[in-house]
Design a protein around this ligand. Structure first.
Ligand code: NAD
Length: 511
C-alpha cells in the first residue's frame, strides 16, 4: 500500500524569483507584470514569483541576441576557448550548487529529491560533454582533380529561440543551451511557466562564467506571447522546441512561413515488450522505473506494458508488488518515490483517464485513486495506477496521459509484439526484454522509435541521442547530433587552376 504523505521541508528561502535577463541585465517585465508558480505539493505556498514577459520584452531579447551575434560579442563566434570555458565552468558551478538546484527543481516540479539530485548531475554532464566539443567543430576539405578546393566549414546557425517544457527543466534546457553555446549561437530562452526559477537558477550560473552580454537572454512568460514572438520573428534563425505534439505541430506550421529551421522534441507513448524467456525480476524493475519516474510525467515514460502470454501473470504480479511499495509523499522527504502531479489541470486529465479505464471495466491491478487526507489534501497526488487487458486501440493505449497510469496488453508472438509497439502515432522510445539476444536485436530494429532499450529502461547517456520517429519529433538532441542541430554547413570553393578562362565559361562567353 502507498504510505501517507510524509512531511517535507526545503531549506531554500521562498518565494524564488525569475526576472528577465536581456543583454546581460536582469530586470522586471514591461509594466512590472508578474506571475506566481504554486508549490504543487502544497498549493498554499507560492514557490516562485516570476516576471511575465511581454511581446515587447521578447523583441528586446531577440534584438540583444541579434546584436551579440552580428557584432561577434566578446569574440564569441571565433573564440571556442571562451565557449569551452563557459561550459566547463557552468558544469562546475552546477555541481557546487547541486543541492540548491535539486531543491528548486523538486519544489517547482514536485519531483522527489531522490530523482531531482541525479537530474542536476545529468544536466551538469551535458554542459561538460559540450564543453569538450566546443573546440572540436572541424570542417572538411576536398581537392578536385584540377587542383580546386572545396572547404566545408561549420558555422553557428545564428540566433536561436529555445522553448522548453517543465517536466525535467534542467536537462531539457541543458540539451538545447549547452550545444547552442558550444556552436557559437546566441540565445533567447523561454522556459515553461511551471518552472521559471529552475531556468533562472541555471542561467544565473551560466552568467557567472563571464558570458558576453546578449549571448544568453531569458524571457519567462506565456507561450502564446513570448513563444509566438520567437516563432514569428525574422531575426530568429532557428527554433528548438520541446513540448506537446499539438503545440509542436502549430509551431512547425508557423515556422514554415519563414522557412525557419526547427527541431521538435514532442510526445510519446512508449511500449515495453517483455517476452516469455525474460528474467522476471530484471524486466519488472526496469518497467516500473520507466513507468513511475517523475510520476510518469516523462515523454519517454513506459506507458504501455506489452507482455507475452506465457509470462504475463508472473511479470504483472511482480510489477504490482513493486508498484504498491512505491512511497507517495512530499517530494522533499528523503523516502518519497512519487510526488504530486504538476497542476490541477494535469490531475484532472489523469483522473479522467483512470475513470475511462474503470468505466470500460478493465482490470485495475494497482492504484486508481486520488490521495486524500493530511498533507495530500494540499497537493495533486494520484496513486500509481495500472490497468490490465487494455485494448491498444483504446484511448488508454493510444493517447499520451503524462501521469502515473499504465496500460498492460498481452501479445502472442514476436510479430504481434512489433505490430502493437508500432501501432501508435508516436515513436520516441521503447524497451525490449528477452533472453534471446538476436530476437531482442531483431525487434529493436523493427520498432519505429528514436531509442530502443534492451535489458534496461530510460538510460539517457549524453554520449547517445534523444529524439523521435513519427509524431514524436524532428531532429536529435544529445551527442554530436545535438551539436549539429545548431550548425550550418558552408561550402567555400577556391579555384586551383589559376586560369582566367575556364572551360564552362565558354557556355556564356565567346572567345
Ligand atoms: P507544452 O507544449 O504545453 O509547453 C512547452 C513549452 O511551449 C512551454 O514553454 C510553453 O509555455 C510553450 N508553449 C505553449 N504554447 C505555445 C505556443 N502556442 N507557442 C509557443 N510556445 C508555446 O508542453 P509541456 O506541458 O510543458 O510539456 C509536456 C509535453 O512535453 C509532453 O507532451 C511531453 O511528452 C513533451 N516532452 C517531450 C520531450 C522529448 O524529448 N521528446 C521531453 C520532455 C517533454
Amino acid at each position: 500500500m502507498t504510505s501517507p504523505a510524509s512531511d517535507g521541508h526545503y531549506s531554500i528561502e521562498l518565494p524564488l524569483s525569475c526576472p528577465l535577463l536581456i543583454n546581460g541585465e536582469e530586470g522586471p517585465a514591461t509594466g512590472g507584470r508578474e506571475f506566481h508558480r504554486e508549490n504543487p505539493a502544497d498549493t498554499r505556498q507560492v514557490a516562485t514569483v516570476a516576471a511575465q514577459g511581454s511581446a515587447e520584452d521578447a523583441r528586446a531579447a531577440i534584438d540583444a541576441a541579434r546584436r551579440a551575434f552580428a557584432g561577434n560579442a566578446g569574440n564569441w563566434l571565433n573564440n571556442y576557448k571562451l565557449r569551452e570555458q563557459t561550459l566547463f565552468q557552468t558544469a562546475r558551478l552546477m555541481r557546487e550548487n547541486a543541492d540548491r538546484l535539486a531543491q528548486v527543481v523538486s519544489l517547482e516540479v514536485g519531483m522527489p529529491m531522490r530523482q531531482a539530485a541525479p537530474h542536476v548531475a545529468a544536466a551538469a554532464d551535458i554542459f561538460e560533454f559540450y564543453a569538450g566539443l566546443a573546440g572540436k567543430i572541424y570542417g572538411e576539405s576536398f581537392t578536385l582533380p584540377n587542383g580546386s578546393m572545396i572547404n566545408l566549414v561549420k558555422e553557428p546557425v545564428g540566433v536561436v529561440g529555445l522553448i522548453t517544457p517543465w517536466n525535467f527543466p534542467l536537462t531539457q534546457t541543458a540539451r538545447k543551451v549547452a550545444p547552442a553555446l558550444a556552436a557559437g549561437c546566441t540565445i533567447v530562452l523561454k522556459p515553461a511557466s511551471y518552472t521559471p526559477a529552475a531556468a533562472y537558477e541555471l542561467v544565473k550560473l551560466i552568467q557567472q562564467t563571464g558570458l558576453p552580454a546578449g549571448v544568453l537572454n531569458l524571457v519567462p512568460g506565456p507561450g502564446t506571447v513570448v513563444g509566438a514572438e520567437l516563432i514569428g520573428s525574422k531575426a530568429v534563425d532557428k527554433l528548438s522546441f520541446t513540448g506537446e505534439t499539438g503545440t509542436g505541430k502549430m509551431i512547425a506550421a508557423q515556422a514554415a512561413t519563414e522557412v525557419k529551421r526547427i527541431s521538435l522534441e514532442l510526445g510519446g507513448k512508449a511500449p515495453y515488450l517483455i517476452f516469455d524467456d525474460a528474467d522476471v525480476e530484471g524486466a519488472a524493475r526496469a518497467a516500473v522505473f520507466g513507468m513511475f519516474r517523475n510520476a510518469g510525467q516523462a515523454c519517454g515514460a513506459t506507458t504501455r506494458l506489452l507482455l507475452q502470454e506465457g509470462i504475463h501473470d508472473r511479470v504483472l504480479e511482480r510489477v504490482a508488488q513493486l508498484t504498491r511499495n512505491i512511497e507517495v509523499g512530499h517530494p522533499a522527504a528523503a523516502a518519497t518515490d512519487l510526488g504530486p502531479l504538476i497542476s490541477a489541470s494535469q490531475e484532472r486529465v489523469v483522473q479522467e483517464y483512470i475513470q475511462f479505464g474503470l468505466d470500460a471495466g478493465l482490470d485495475l491491478v494497482a492504484g486508481g485513486n486520488k490521495l486524500r487526507g493530511g498533507g495530500f489534501d494540499y497537493g495533486y497526488y494520484v496513486e500509481p495506477t495500472i490497468f490490465d487487458r487494455v485494448d491498444n486501440n483504446s484511448r488508454l493505449g493510444q493517447e499520451e496521459i503524462f501521469g502515473p497510469v499504465v496500460a498492460v496488453t498481452t501479445f502472442k508472438d514476436e510479430a504481434e509484439a512489433v505490430e502493437l509497439a508500432n501501432a501508435v502515432e508516436f515513436g520516441l522510445v521503447a524497451g525490449v526484454w528477452s533472453a534471446d539476444y538476436p530476437r531482442a536485436m531483431r525487434v529493436a530494429r523493427r520498432i519505429r522509435a528514436g531509442t530502443v532499450w534492451i535489458w534496461d529502461n530510460y538510460a539517457q547517456p549524453v554520449e547517445g541521442i534523444w529524439g523521435g520517429y513519427k509524431q514524436s519529433g524532428i531532429g536529435r538532441e544529445l551527442g554530436y547530433y545535438g551539436l549539429e542541430d545548431f550548425l550550418e554547413v558552408k561550402q567555400i570553393f577556391t579555384d586551383g587552376t589559376g586560369l582566367t578562362s575556364k572551360p564552362p565559361y565558354g557556355q556564356v562567353i565567346k572567345e
